[in-house]
Write a protein of this length. Sequence first.
Length: 429
Amino acid sequence: MSQMSNYNIHRSEKLFELSKKHIPGGVNSPVRAFNSVGGTPVFIERAKGAFLYDVDGNKYIDLINSWGPMILGHAHPEVIAAITEQAQHSFTYGTPTESELRIAELICKMVPELEMVRMVNSGTEACMSAVRLARGFTGRNKIIKFAGCYHGHYDSFLVEAGSGALTLGNPNSPGVTKATAADTLIAEYNDLESVQKLFEKYDDIAALIIEPVAGNMGCILPEDGFLEGLKKLCQKHGSLFILDEVMTGFRLAKGGAQEKFNINADIICFGKIIGGGLPVGAFGGRNEIFNHLSPLGPVYQAGTLSGNPIAMASGFITLSLLMENPEIYNKIEQTTQILHQNIHTILEERKIPHHINSIGSMISVFFTNEKVINYKTAKTTDVLTFKRLFHYGLENGVYFPPSAFETWFISKEIGTPEIEQILDVFRKF
């Protein structure tokens, strides 16, 4: 770890001061501002494989991976080739393309029971559109979401939200009207009884939306029977069951959480990996529901750059590589388990309170004595300890997410040397 002995971020500091003059808070997404960990955001210049390189010449093992998309690692040569080839034919047309059909066919092939898919430009847009479609299909107004789960910055989702809203300590954003908030009902993750009570109290619930593995209050797994119980409650009360697989889609398995947990939703939302690192989202489901979406039906949704040909090229090759090489999932899951077991051993030996959650290539370390199963228990983590770990990591070549409430994402490019460097940070920290 001697590579970082002369660690400095002088140029990042200058760039951040300049950015604050023209960009709110100096960043284009709040969690990048380092508010919860303090210090100056590191400005990244380039990335390759498992590593980020900043403008001051520092090199970091990347445990963010752009918050999930870069499962193959950065600047994968086949993805670059696909993007480069398409770029020579122009960047956008505003017309249908064969590349949209190819990726839609591939997604429906990979994800169990999926019949139709509509491409959009982000995970937020996918979730927003899914809820609108659910309301249009059922003729109902209310939705159920879970405290600490984050489905993007659409008004309906910023009530008791996770991700940056939780990191900044303000899960209810000004600008969200009381009427919107009244149509968003809050349940507790891993608590079926809290959901049952909402269904008993309200008869106009259009849909329930959930991250099958919560990733925006740290990585939190569904307890046995929880997802199945939610689906049964939705079926009983005539509401749609929406899985937000923006993080888990194509990451937990080639068929996402639906394959991993053997459960099927009415609507599934995708993002991140689906674009291979470019801005892409999608939502899909049964023909019966998607026949209500424009231009087939009355529920309107549109997007000038939806199905962008460069994004489709990047997404198609990324998904193709994942489907054709299932050993990728075995490798990254093994990497995650090695990290989980060894970090636990290190912290246990040093008598540092902790709880680790992991599944597939997602992992979080909480500094708490509590078993972390929901929003309430996630908030017991010692954020000051995480803050110290974060900065020690930067100084020693490991880039953890700049928040105690964000999942760490593992790429296939993280191998034995990188694992040992991460563990060494924990040992010396």
